[in-house]
Design a protein around this ligand. Structure first.
Ligand SMILES: Cc1cc2nc3c(=O)[nH]c(=O)nc-3n(C[C@H](O)[C@H](O)[C@H](O)COP(=O)(O)OP(=O)(O)OC[C@H]3O[C@@H](n4cnc5c(N)ncnc54)[C@H](O)[C@@H]3O)c2cc1C
Ligand code: SF4
Length: 331
């Protein structure tokens, strides 16, 4: 599949990038590592006149610990750099665990944290060639007006399929978004809409510039578990991130994030309350797994059945809670 024709713009500064976005608003796509954008362009899912290559903007790279104990991560920082960061492994281990499961080593060398957060949602009926999609009469997410997954409905249920956002949600991450009119900071959980088609709150003239992890989320034990077809490369078909802190042998605080089973990555409501002040055992971990499974709403958007994916959310959550409790209890 060939790439559609486009003009490549290569700014050296954030201001230069924002000026291009303001000028070509609506007819331009941002490229970071390109590991998702380029295959999607080959499938003619996007046919922009301009592609804005951010890779020349060095100020958007890097992991910068802050004096208050938090950390800033530039949006262009590669997934590989995150996976290999000693600072992040020590203080935000759930993020390095999730990063290590993204795609394959080659893709992690190219792919960025900004691209992982902004990743398009995925569906069996959407991530296909133009000919394939045309043969099926297209669908709501692009060029059509029906959903093959939930016929009769008007909503797109394509699944958000990035790994690191589940971990970032557990860490109460914020992102910084820049446009020609200034900067805004958004809690990551407010960035996603929950819709499969219009899945993120990002205007056409905006880019994500930084990810901010607060000091208050540092030093939690963290575990990430993921279901995929090929262990060496695939997108998640279900993913669970757990963070936990102990005090005197009891859970002091915990959060659980799930991905790839809804149109947005989400925190499991009530999980922290269920675990608070308790000693983790199998029964409690199972109850938390049940809660996570109820939060998961997978549909037939991927190669594995929704029932299996929901069940694996239950199983992975239980296992991750048990594993996290063991590590947290030792610290
Ligand atoms: C075979 C294969 C397997 C994969 N497996 C996984 C996996 O297991 N887990 C996973 O999470 N991902 C997976 N991916 C997807 C992808 O490699 C990663 O999500 C990667 O982190 C995307 O980052 P990128 O920089 O390459 O994004 P790009 O492809 O450059 O961009 C992705 C999207 O984000 C937008 N974007 C990028 N950066 C910004 C920014 N700073 N501001 C605003 N918009 C931006 C782009 O416009 C585009 O819409 C896989 C991809 C392939 C091809
Ligand atoms: S969930 Fe429905 S509308 Fe969305 S991409 Fe899949 S088939 Fe298309």
């Amino acid at each position: 599949m060939s790439l559609p024709e486009f003009r490549l713009l290569r700014p050296r500064t954030v201001e230069g990038a924002l000026a291009h976005l303001a000028t070509h608003r609506g007819n331009i796509r941002v490229l970071a590592g390109g590991t998702d954008l380029v295959p999607s362009m080959r499938q003619k899912l996007f046919e922009p006149e301009y592609v804005l290559d951010l890779r020349g903007i060095s100020s958007l790279r890097g992991i910068r610990p802050q004096s208050d104990g938090g950390v800033e991560i530039g949006a262009l920082t590669t997934i590989r750099a995150i996976e290999r960061s000693d600072f992040l492994r020590q203080h935000y281990p759930v993020l390095t665990e999730a990063a290590a499961t993204v795609a394959s080593p080659v893709l992690r060398n190219m792919g960025t944290i900004g691209g992982n957060i902004c990743l398009d949602t995925r569906c069996l009926w959407y991530n296909q060639s133009l000919t394939w999609r045309k043969g099926c009469g297209f669908c709501i997410k692009k060029d059509g007006d029906l959903c093959h997954v939930a016929p009769g409905g008007t909503k797109c249920w394509a699944a958000f399929s990035g790994d690191t956002p589940a971990a970032l949600l557990c860490l109460n991450a914020e992102i910084e978004i820049a446009s020609a009119s200034g900067l805004r900071r958004v809690p990551l959980h407010e960035f996603y809409t929950g819709l499969g088609d219009d899945y993120r709150r990002l205007q056409p003239d905006e880019i994500v510039t930084r990810v901010l992890l607060p000091a208050s989320s540092a030093d939690y034990c963290g575990v990430y578990r993921k279901l995929r077809v090929r262990g060496s490369i695939d997108y998640p078909l279900a993913g669970v991130a757990v963070v936990m802190k102990h005090s005197s042998g009891h859970v002091a605080d915990a959060r659980i994030g799930i991905t790839a089973v809804n149109p947005a990555p989400v925190l499991v409501k009530g999980a922290g309350e269920l675990l608070a002040d308790k000693v983790v055992n199998e029964t409690l971990a199972e109850a938390v797994g049940d809660l996570a499974a109820k939060t998961a709403k997978p549909l037939t958007t991927s190669a594995l059945t929704p029932e299996y994916r929901r069940e694996m959310i239950r199983v992975f959550t239980k296992r991750a809670v048990m594993a996290c409790a063991q590590v947290a209890g030792r610290n």
